[in-house]
Design a protein around this ligand. Structure first.
Ligand code: SAH
Length: 328
């Protein structure tokens, strides 16, 4: 596969061929099915200062966190709406100790044993990952952000370590999680070369999930005046990733939906097979502002799960009431 050509060509026949092949591979493994996960943004407190992120430590934003009762309320609503998979995502917030997270996970699994729980709480120690797994967490999302060490160093403050991030991904894998990595498309200093390294990493690591979405500048960050990533390149990369790793669970991310009204649909037509509508409480959604103009109402709101289902159905996809596990 000539990846560079697939990512840069303007020949519509080549592009359509790529999307057709990605759809074929996805349909072969998963059928024409798109899985839904309910995204619960548990905290926008963060001890890290990632240069791209709107909720970085030094950003001047109102901070919030959800307690166990609020998280369970979100799950109750989600379950009623047909979600069988919940994702707890947040900044690296010291309040979310192992004890607190284990209690949350156990409470969700106790009430909804037929649901999967995914955590996306940033880097933690091996022992912490082990305890969370033991409490019932099924999956963990930790984007590697870039597989190029120098690029990583330009996106993160000095105290953050590329090696530790990679180490976390390997530990999660060893502990039996379904693991998700991923990166932003069009982040500052990204090149075709760093993208090639991201793809090689994905091919070698074979994660169960890959999350990619366009970089979108966030107000109040060092990158606030940088250019946003391209929707077109993101969609092509989704298709390339599906071709390299046909079994992967591949979300059509909110960042894509934010940048293009049909972003999500375009992703699905290019081989994606997961959507993650927002299930966070209405009054905190706007506060989890990792980038500008993040979608949190309309088709992003979980209340419109029915609408998303209808839109996907119109494209010929079924959205099953299902945990949506990785298919081996
Ligand atoms: N603290 C958790 C969750 C981070 S938010 C963690 O470290 O994994 C989830 C993802 O949003 C990040 O991994 C990053 O890739 C993405 N993100 C952050 N800021 C962004 C921005 N400005 N534009 C697009 N995506 C962004």
């Amino acid at each position: 596969m000539d990846i560079e050509r697939l990512l840069t060509t303007s020949d519509p026949e080549v592009v359509e061929g790529l999307y057709a092949e990605a759809r074929r591979l996805r349909d072969e493994v998963y059928g024409r099915r798109v899985f839904m996960r309910g995204l619960i943004e548990v905290s926008n407190h963060c001890k890290n200062d990632c240069l791209y992120c709107g909720i970085r430590r030094s950003a001047q934003v109102r901070r919030y966190r959800l307690d166990e009762g609020q998280v369970l309320d979100c799950c109750d609503e989600g379950y009623r709406l047909g979600f069988r998979s919940f994702v707890l995502q947040g900044g690296e917030d010291g309040w979310f100790t192992d004890e607190v997270v284990c209690r949350m996970v156990a409470a969700i699994k106790g009430r909804y044993p037929d649901c999967s729980v995914t955590l996306s709480l940033g880097e933690r120690g091996r022992e912490s990952f082990r305890r969370l797994r033991e409490a019932g967490a099924d999956r963990y999302l930790l984007r590697h952000e870039t597989a190029n060490r120098e690029h990583y160093a330009r996106l993160h403050p000095q105290e953050m370590s590329f090696d530790h991030r990679m180490q976390c991904l390997h530990e999660l894998r060893e502990l039996g999680y379904q693991v998700g990595c991923g990166f932003m498309v069009g982040s500052p200093y990204q090149t075709l070369d760093t993208i090639r390294q991201d793809l090689s990493f994905i091919e070698a690591f074979r994660p169960e999930m890959v999350g990619i979405g366009p970089f979108i500048p966030a107000a109040g960050t060092p990158f606030e005046n940088e250019r946003a990533g391209s929707v077109e390149l993101t969609v092509r990369l989704l298709a390339v990733i599906r071709c390299l790793h046909p079994h992967v669970l591949l979300p059509a991310t909110s960042a894509l939906g934010t940048m293009h009204p049909r972003g999500r649909e375009r992703a699905i037509e290019a081989g994606a097979n997961v959507v993650m509508p927002n299930l966070s409480p209405r009054d905190t959604r706007a506060l989890y502002a990792i980038y500008n103009n993040k979608l949190s109402t309309g088709s992003e709101a979980a209340e419109s799960a029915a609408d998303i289902r209808a839109r996907l159905k119109a494209l010929g996809y079924e959205v099953p009431l299902d945990r949506g596990d990785y298919s081996v």
